[in-house]
Design a protein around this ligand. Sequence first.
Ligand SMILES: [Zn+2]
Length: 262
Amino acid sequence: MLKLARRLSIRSASRRFLILLSAALVTLVGCTALPRPANEVTQISTYPALERGLYDGDVTYAQLAQAGNFGIGTFDGMDGEMIALDGKFYQARFDGSVIVADKGLETPFATVTFFTTEQRFELAEPLASYDLLKAYLAKIAPPTNRPYAIRLKGTFPYVRIRSIPQQSKPFPPLADVVAQQATWEQKDIRGTLVGYWFPQYLSALNAPGYHLHFISDDRQVAGHLLECSLDSGTIDIDYQDRVTVRFPQTAAFGAADFSTKP
Ligand SMILES: [Zn+2]
């Protein structure tokens, strides 16, 4: 009798263990699940939310890495510019330092994809400005009303980039944060431009037009691109087939008023 009771209690203990184990597995899968079909761009929060000062991150960089190995964005409280390249996520901070982002950090806004080269171009002529680069990109990769990712590895006679300072609450609107930007100029530098072109009609999701971040080959210089010139370069384009938007789960996003201008 005692033996049977003990056997039963062992059996029920192992069943309890199995139930707990499967619950833990479901939780684990549930936490990290962000989709990754080909040619999908994942948008964390929206540009109108960022414009309105919604800078509370609620997606970790470990989770973001499940949705892409390439892209741009920022950090909790706008603590610098983000550049994702070859699966590494870099943080270009306001003090000019560039570090590999801690996976536990959170992002309030990011655009990422698993980059695959769909079209490749060698730059045919030197370009003297960012405006000329935009015109060149529009010529070689004509907008097709689908967003596309751009990776341009090249030699830059000149780049001007910026980063932004971490904000404290109450968060000011984006325009006020950009007014506090620090800018840097670099001459004769090799690096990569990382970013996207988004169509005007998707402006409720992301800033329309070109949005590029720069990172140097030695990963010591990085930021949001303001101006550049190019001597030579290889341009890879990846057209996107679908967009996934991950809305912030924060109370501030739920209460934000999107009917008025920020
Ligand atoms: Zn930027």
